[in-house]
Design a protein around this ligand. Structure first.
Ligand code: C2E
Ligand code: CA
Ligand code: CA
Length: 888
């Protein structure tokens, strides 16, 4: 077997071999093509050259014949008178019939033209012409002289064929001359030039081009050493082919030459026909083919190699992934079995289709007492370990099949028959291709028991084991709902033991507890089943009598009867740790029918009635009377109208003068008043606490601040009032607002009041809670010029420590001390102490509630010179205050 690595290389080797073979074959066949192309071209060119030869030789032969015929006839004609005319006539005829002959001449021995096919030439001398000298020198009638190409003034480049004339004694007698027509030769050459970049030329043996399809060559000498022509000439062969660069034009050519020297003519020289074609043109198709093949081969090679590389890469990756997946799978399997076996809670796996166990872990064995082997292959129904399987199992299965996780609490049986509360978490899993349920069971038996206990604790009073307030409320709601359906009246009784506190204090708490237990028991004896006795507070019990009657009076009578019974029971002597004790209770009762009244209201009604009983002599009972509620309702109504009073602008500020010395006005305390449309002026003592409770104090306080500041701003415009300050009371709730500082600064900014004229009155109780917040707020406002006065000083929890820390300006002696300052030495001491304290802290001090001259004098004699009180003035509406200020 090949290793993976070897296989890898083998694949490459194979592909490379295939490519090499293909490449080899392609280059071989390209090479073959090349050679064939060359061979074919050479053959074609050679053939074309021979075509030229085949056409040229008869022409040369014809020309030669023409010359011979002149030579033959000449001796005869010389005898005749019209010798010249005949001769000319003959030349003209020959010129016309022999193709390719341009001019025919006859010259005498001295070189004078005696006849010509071209009449203008007669009489001219040609002694200087080479052909003449040649003919003269050679003087051989057998020789046909072929002149090198020449050019005269009147004629294009030509070659001529010349034969010498012999006299009667064999002496040189002149020559016959026939110039060949280059156009004719060119036509001949053109006839074979039928492919592009092909050229044909006729060249004299000396290398001069006589005729050519390339006109630029005509007359040129191409016989230079190294030229294609000279190669042919040097080869000595009559036909040759060559490939090479033509030096004159520097173009690579492929060429076929053929020497034309017909043996029968006895020509002293020869002509060479050359047919050439540009190398590039010849091989262009081959090159294109070769290039195409190369490109295709390249592409193929790339594709093959790329394909192989990609294939190998994918294979590698797949292999790696497979390995990874396999190891992940085994790992996860291992992990699962470990997790399963080592799970800290009981775990089991059962087949989904029949519930038979396939696996159980150690904790399962421990929790339910079954050995793994005992349960495997059996279902929980068979084993009887799941009592509510019949109802639960189908539901759980349906959930699981929907892909849900199942979580519920149920009871599973221990092998020993004991039940265990378990919390189950089950999920569908796959074991060896089979759908199974993996279930984790947590033992919650202990928790369940605790829950039951908590239930008892939560809903039952531990001392008397009666329902507690919570359960009582629940039962009351039930009774009301029942009554709503049946139309029956029920009753709620509030039972409060009389003087229980005293008993507790005199006999001790244990005795108190025993009494409560006995009371609970006795009350329970007085009610029917379905009624409720509950303990809702220390010595407070509530009894709910359900479904008494559909008739109100009957219901009331039944309630009264039950209450009487209870009181009678309670009044009997109790034995408390050896001593006899009789107890009494006050009972308040109220009836309810369905849900007409809220639970809260019912309880309030019963409680109110109970209080009324207490007020009127205890140990008795009383029904709730709607009039009792009027007071409560009044309170509620007040709260409601208070809410609307702000919007209705029912509040006004009164100003109580603050004075110093003999009565000099320094400012005022702003005191809010509520002008109730029905009730008239309501005292702040009545509504301020309510405003605090409901949070309304915040907007109300803000209104007071803004109104007071507006007043300050107004006074600032009048010189005689500009110095007056206003003290504004700030309640705790208001001060605790996170944005209190912003609210005050906002009021100042809104009105444009001078912060230095504003004084805020805080109470001690406000200061002690959350001291840090208090200090921060006070400092922030003090920084703007606002001053603080400590109101009602002496009634709270004054502590020197915080007094020192706070940026206070003034202490205000509470009016309760001032009131009795002259009669109660205690109050006098307190007042004096406060003055001393203020002095030692560097604070100002003012006494409020000053009603008499004597009080004022006393305070003054002890160092307090600032006052507020009826002695100077009551709080006044602004108009009256202005009048007061005018007088002062
Ligand atoms: P306070 O701040 O101690 O105000 C002084 C109270 O004593 C005022 O009662 C005033 O009328 C009364 N008083 C002044 N001089 C005498 C006097 O010589 N003899 C007697 N017997 N009483 C005098 P008022 O106006 O009924 O205010 C009661 C309380 O309501 C105030 O006690 C203050 O705690 C609160 N309050 C009044 N206005 C405001 C307010 O705008 N905001 C807040 N938060 N509380 C306010
Ligand atoms: Ca005050
Ligand atoms: Ca006060």
């Amino acid at each position: 077997m090949l290793s993976r690595r070897q296989f890898f290389f083998a694949e490459w080797l194979f592909v490379l071999c295939v490519l090499l073979t293909l490449g080899g074959y392609l280059s071989y066949s390209a090479h073959q093509d090349y050679q064939r192309t060359e061979r074919d071209e050479l053959a074609r060119l050679a053939q074309q050259a021979s075509i030229v030869e085949n056409n040229l030789v008869p022409q040369l032969a014809a020309t030669n014949k023409a010359l011979l015929s002149v030579i033959e006839d000449l001796p005869r004609w010389q005898q005749e008178v019209d010798f010249r005319q005949r001769l000319i006539r003959r030349l003209e005829v020959l010129n016309a019939i022999v193709p390719g002959v341009r001019t025919l001449l006859v010259v005498d021995a001295r070189g004078e033209i005696i006849a010509s096919s071209n009449p203008g030439a007669v009489g001219s001398r040609v002694t200087d012409r080479e052909w003449f000298r040649l003919a003269q020198a050679g003087n051989s009638p057998q020789t046909l002289y072929l002149t090198p190409p020449f050019k005269s003034l009147v004629s294009p480049t030509s070659v001529a064929m010349v034969r010498s004339l012999a006299g009667s004694k064999g002496e040189f007698a002149g020559a016959v001359f026939a110039a060949l027509h280059p156009d004719f030769a060119k036509v001949l050459l053109s006839s074979v030039v039928n492919t592009p970049a092909t050229f044909a030329s006729l060249v004299h043996a000396n290398g001069t081009v006589f005729a050519s399809t390339d006109d630029t060559l005509v007359g040129k000498d191409i016989g230079v050493p190294g030229s294609l022509f000279s190669r042919h000439r040097n080869s000595g062969q009559s036909a040759s082919t060559h490939i090479g660069v033509a030096p004159a034009i520097d173009v690579k050519r492929i060429i076929a030459h053929r020497t034309i020297q017909p043996a029968s003519l006895g020509m002293n020289n020869y002509l060479v026909v050359g047919v050439a074609r540009n190398f590039d043109a010849v091989f262009a198709p081959w090159r294109a083919g070769a290039a195409l093949a190369a490109v295709m081969f390249g592409a193929l090679a790339l594709a093959a190699m790329g394909g192989l590389a990609l294939y190998q890469l994918l294979r590698l990756r797949n292999a790696a992934e497979k390995v990874r997946a396999e190891s992940a799978l085994t790992q996860s399997q291992q992990r699962f079995s470990t997790a399963f076996a080592a799970a800290p809670i009981a775990a089991s796996i059962a087949r989904l289709k029949d519930g038979c166990f396939v696996e159980a872990n150690r904790n399962y064995e421990r929790l339910f007492g079954w050995k793994r082997e005992e349960i495997i292959g059996k279902s929980s129904v068979e084993l009887g370990v799941w009592p509510d399987a019949a109802t639960r199992a189908p539901w759980a299965r349906a959930m699981l099949e929907h892909g849900e996780l199942v979580d519920y609490e149920t009871i599973w049986m221990h092998k020993n028959g004991q039940s265990r509360h378990v919390s189950l978490s089950a999920a569908l899993t796959n074991v060896d291709g089979e759908a199974c349920v993996l279930a984790y069971a947590t033992d919650i038996t202990a928790r369940k028991q605790a829950e039951e206990q908590i239930n008892v604790l939560a809903f039952y009073d531990q001392l008397t084991l009666l329902p507690n307030r919570l359960l009582m409320l629940d039962r009351l709601k039930q009774a009301m709902t029942m009554g709503e359906r049946s139309g029956y009246f029920g009753a709620l009784l509030f039972v409060d033991l009389d003087h229980f506190k005293v008993l507790n204090e005199t006999l001790g708490h244990d005795a108190g507890d025993v009494l409560l237990q006995q009371v609970a028991q006795r009350l329970g004896q007085c009610v029917r089943e379905g009624d409720t006795v509950a303990r809702v507070g220390g010595d407070e019990f509530v009894v709910i009598l359900a479904s008494l009657s559909s008739n109100q009076e009957d219901a009331a009578a039944a309630t009264e009867k039950a209450a009487e019974k209870m009181l009678a029971q309670l009044n009997q002597v109790h034995q408390l740790g050896g001593s006899a004790h009789s107890s009494a209770a006050s009972v308040g009762m109220t009836l309810f029918q369905g849900l007409n009244t809220s639970v809260d209201d019912l309880l309030k009604q019963a409680e109110l009635a109970m209080y009324r009983t207490k007020e009127t002599g205890r140990n008795g009972m009383r029904f709730f009377d709607p009039e009792m509620e009027t007071a409560v309702l009044k309170h509620v109504a007040l709260e409601k109208s208070l809410r609307m009073a702000l919007q209705a602008k029912e509040f006004v500020l009164h100003y109580q003068p603050l004075v110093v010395g003999a009565g000099q006005l320094t400012g005022a305390e702003a005191l809010v008043r509520w002008q109730h449309p029905q009730r008239g002026m309501v005292s702040p003592a009545e509504f301020i606490p309510m405003a605090e409770e409901t949070g309304l104090i915040v907007p109300l306080g803000q209104w007071v601040l803004e109104t007071a500041c507006a007043q300050l701003a107004q006074w600032a415009l009048r010189p005689e009032r500009a110095h007056l300050t206003i003290a504004v009371n700030v309640s705790a709730h208001q001060f605790r607002q996170a944005n209190f500082v912003e609210q005050v600064l906002g009021a100042l900014k809104l009105t444009g009041a001078n912060a230095r004229r504003l004084k805020l009155e805080l109470t001690e109780s406000l200061l002690v809670s959350n001291v840090q917040d208090t200090i921060e707020k006070m400092f922030a406002l003090k920084a703007k010029g606002v001053e603080f006065s400590l109101d009602d000083f002496g009634t709270g929890y004054s502590s020197l420590t915080y007094l020192k820390r706070l940026p206070l300006a003034q202490l205000k002696i509470d009016q309760s001390f001032v009131r009795d300052v002259l009669v109660d030495p205690n109050d006098a001491t307190i007042a004096k102490t406060i003055v001393t304290l203020a002095q030692s802290l560097g604070l100002a001090v003012i006494a409020e509630g000053v009603e008499t001259q004597a009080q004022k004098d006393f305070l003054a004699s002890h160092g307090c010179h600032a006052y507020q009180g009826y002695f100077f003035s009551k709080p006044l509406p602004i108009v009256q205050f202005e009048a007061f200020a005018q007088r002062a």
